[in-house]
Ligand binder design. Structure first.
Ligand SMILES: *Cc1c(COP(=O)(O)O)cnc(C)c1O
Length: 367
């Protein structure tokens, strides 16, 4: 055997298909660009968060508090949690990766669903473990299918509830049933990135289940309802033993001073959250009705985005619709990598953006 002549990544790394973020640019000459590709808040962040960022700008020579105490306490106060059970992170992506690095070894398996968030597979593979994709039923997580995929090697089940890019959710009774049937050594990760938007009596993000179990964590983000995707802020709520393990694995200063200040101010601005959620509820309903009126199938969504399916006829494919919309400044998300080659995901935008997309799609379907 010949010696390698250059450094070689460990097994698994070159199997990773790097995450491709939503587009943000339109062709030159487009007057106004509406970015509807990454589920960002069309109203922007709380003005109080912006003010907090300005205030910290003059003190950036100082390292942040490595345990993000101010942010954990603000989150704990608003959600009625113990701050000792919270870990903050550089976006919730970081926490998802840390969970994989902490609990998965080569030979282990980790489950996610067919149209689940792509980041899970990346982190499972990066940890050297085996990703196990489980079929969904009706574009929704299927608890029986997940349970059927559990083997003695299973270590983590990742469940986005609601899921991205489908926007569907499973009632909390189903999550409980899943948890009740999982072996105690399998970690259930409830990714509740869109929890704030859900207006359903049978939905819960997972706080109670985390509090009463030793193998469940809930992850949350400031990138969606708080409009702070650029600040990179996420957090996990979990049992003490998992918090302890993650705190050993994470970077000592993984949350920036800017993120701590922005997040603490944002989470306390409940009025901004309410305004955002009300805007979303109104326009999600409007878009669902209007798009269906154009003859397009839309997956019923409880999030801040919609999955729009295009007709089988080639001339009205998702790819052509995407090009048509992009030329007019409406940037949606291709979702072929999520198993939807003929669909686009659209973030609920401003009134202007929403009306503009519907009008443009009406024109497109006449071409
Ligand atoms: C957007 C999103 C996240 C949040 O990612 P951040 O790293 O916090 O920006 C997590 N999970 C799902 C399912 C998402 O769609």
């Amino acid at each position: 055997m010949t010696e390698p002549t250059r450094p070689t990544p460990k097994p698994g790394v070159m199997d990773i298909e790097a995450y491709v973020p939503g587009k943000s640019a339109a062709p030159a000459g487009v007057a106004r660009v509406h970015k509807l590709s990454s589920n960002e808040n069309p109203l922007g962040p709380s003005p109080k968060a912006v003010e907090a960022v300005r205030a910290v700008a003059g003190r950036l020579e100082f390292y942040p508090d490595g345990s993000a105490t101010k942010l954990r306490e603000a989150i704990a106060e608003v959600h009625g949690l113990n701050p000792a059970n919270i870990v903050c992170s550089n976006g919730s992506d970081e926490i998802l990766g840390l969970l994989a690095q902490t609990y998965l070894s080569p030979g282990d398996e980790s489950i996610f669903t067919e149209h689940g968030f792509l980041v899970y597979k990346i982190y499972i593979t990066a940890a050297g473990a085996t990703p196990v994709s489980v079929k969904e039923t009706g574009e929704r997580a299927d608890v029986d299918a997940i349970l059927a995929a559990v083997t003695p090697r299973t270590r983590i089940v990742f469940l986005a509830n609601p899921n991205n890019p489908t926007g569907t959710y499973i009632p909390f009774e189903e999550v409980r049933r899943l948890h009740a049937a999982l072996p105690g050594n399998v970690l259930l990760v409830l990714d509740a990135a869109y929890a704030e938007y859900v207006r359903r009596n049978d939905y819960e993000a997972g706080v109670e289940l985390v509090s009463s179990a030793q193998n469940v964590v809930m992850t949350r983000t400031f990138s969606k309802v708080y409009g702070l995707g650029g600040a990179r802020i996420g957090w996990m709520y979990g049992p003490a033993h998992i918090v302890d393990a993650i705190n050993r694995m994470r970077g000592p200063f993984n949350v920036t001073a800017t993120a701590i200040e922005a997040g603490a101010a944002a989470v306390r601005d409940r009025a901004h959250v309410e305004t955002t959620v009300a805007h979303n509820a109104e326009w999600l309903a409007w878009l669902t009705t209007e798009l269906a009126g154009l003859g397009l199938r839309v997956t019923p969504s409880v999030g801040n985005f919609l999955l729009i399916h295009f007709p089988a006829a080639k001339k009205h494919s998702a790819a052509l619709a995407d090009a048509y919309l992009t030329e007019r400044g409406y940037i949606l998300r291709r979702v072929g990598a999520y198993g939807f080659p003929n669909a686009l995901r659209m973030t609920v935008g401003t009134e202007d953006a929403n009306r503009g997309v519907v009008a443009a799609l009406a024109e497109f379907l006449k071409t």
